[in-house]
Design a protein around this ligand. Structure first.
Ligand SMILES: *Cc1c(COP(=O)(O)O)cnc(C)c1O
Length: 355
């Protein structure tokens, strides 16, 4: 048995919920009434508190701002038709968060703070979970170093926090993707498998260059040969080749082990596909495309769930797809949404009831 930790509760006086317009929810822009905050000081977690959402008072010398010891997670909470609140596979995010922490030389966050704190926070602000198709409450746990010292070393103090942000249907029109063969996101031995803040800042330049060319995102390739595909933005990528669902394996530590990736693979298997997690070269994809067996390409991630890809460009070779005729990605997306919103049996035990 884990010792329970005391979480101080400090309630907001009123609710901002009445000001929220559910028709116009841009992703990650609105935050609920409360947040969780905890401090790591002298080797232990303390000041664990749920309190009104508010700005932080930080010294400009806090280490995270200078050297980037900062990690995060993204999780979603839903309501079923009876109004019960559920969180989708949070235990997987909890595990991954502490894997990221270890890689960044940060302390692990105990389950009683990450999981119990998250449950308490979501229960308190459960009226912020939009009970509407394709809507959810996005949960953002994060941790950063707080030593007030401009010296390059792991911090002695950290802050862990959880924010809640109501979200509507993520804008996921079919995407045009540029296969990147100059810039690099991750290398073996690097931090590609961690949800570390710096991974996202360092990806922005290449993404901006691709946007200038009219693409939505880049598909990263391996750092040595630019031959094997990795992932897209904040999404893993799955290819339907013949009767197989093929996706890059996690072995090299260069891609994020997505919870949606794992969920989609599980559902693809249920749908009768053979699953292959292995390295995939761009040449193999082009060959399958030319032979007519590369049926579908889609991204998976918590924010967008499943995003279809209508165009994949490698050098001057353009692969286009008629996504309106696709059967697989839309089916997997529907099954996933139906499980999350309580319309399909949760046979894998993915939904954790909040209270
Ligand atoms: C978060 C993220 C994903 C998707 O992970 P999920 O657990 O499915 O949300 C994929 N790639 C990167 C780089 C990410 O940051």
């Amino acid at each position: 048995m884990l010792a329970t930790m005391d979480i101080t509760i400090n309630k907001a006086e009123g609710s901002k919920l009445k000001d929220l317009n559910l028709e116009n929810l841009s992703f990650g822009k609105f935050f609920s009434d409360h947040m969780l905050e905890a401090d790591y000081i002298n080797g232990e977690w303390t000041n664990i508190e749920i309190k009104p959402y508010q700005p932080l008072l930080l010294s400009p010398s806090v280490a995270a701002l200078h050297y980037g010891q900062a990690i995060f997670e993204g999780i979603k909470a839903y309501k079923d038709e009876e109004g019960n609140a559920f969180i989708f596979r949070p235990q997987d995010n909890f595990r991954r968060f502490n894997i990221s922490a270890e890689r960044m030389q940060m302390p692990s966050v105990p389950e009683e703070i990450f999981m119990d704190g998250m449950k308490q926070l979501v229960a308190m602000d459960s009226s912020w979970i939009p009970q509407k198709e394709d809507h959810s409450l996005y949960i953002r746990p994060f941790m950063f170093s707080t030593d007030e010292v401009i010296g390059v070393k792991p911090s002695d103090t950290y802050k862990f926090m959880i924010l809640l942000s109501p979200t509507g249907p993520y804008y996921n029109a079919p995407m045009r993707i540029y296969v990147e063969e100059h810039f690099v996101r991750a290398v073996p031995g690097g931090v590609g498998y961690a949800k570390a803040a710096g991974n996202y800042g360092s990806a922005m330049y290449a993404t901006a260059e691709a946007k200038k060319k009219g693409y939505d995102q880049v598909l990263w390739t391996d750092a040595f040969e630019h031959k094997y595909v990795q992932e897209i933005g904040t999404m893993n990528v799955i290819f339907i080749i013949g009767n197989k669902a093929v996706t890059p394996d996690l072995g090299a530590g260069t891609i994020l082990a997505g919870v949606t990736r794992n969920s989609a693979l599980t559902l693809l298997q249920e749908a009768g596909f053979e699953i292959e997690e292995r390295s995939i070269s761009i040449d193999e994809l082009i060959e399958a495309y030319k032979a007519g067996y590369l049926y579908e390409v889609f991204g998976t991630g918590t924010a967008a769930t499943i995003s279809m890809i209508k165009e994949l460009r490698y050098k001057d070779f353009v692969m286009t797809f008629n996504v309106d005729e696709w059967k697989t990605a839309p089916t997997i997306k529907k099954w996933l949404t139906d499980i999350r919103e309580g319309r399909r049996e949760d046979k894998y035990g993915w939904m954790m009831q909040v209270s």
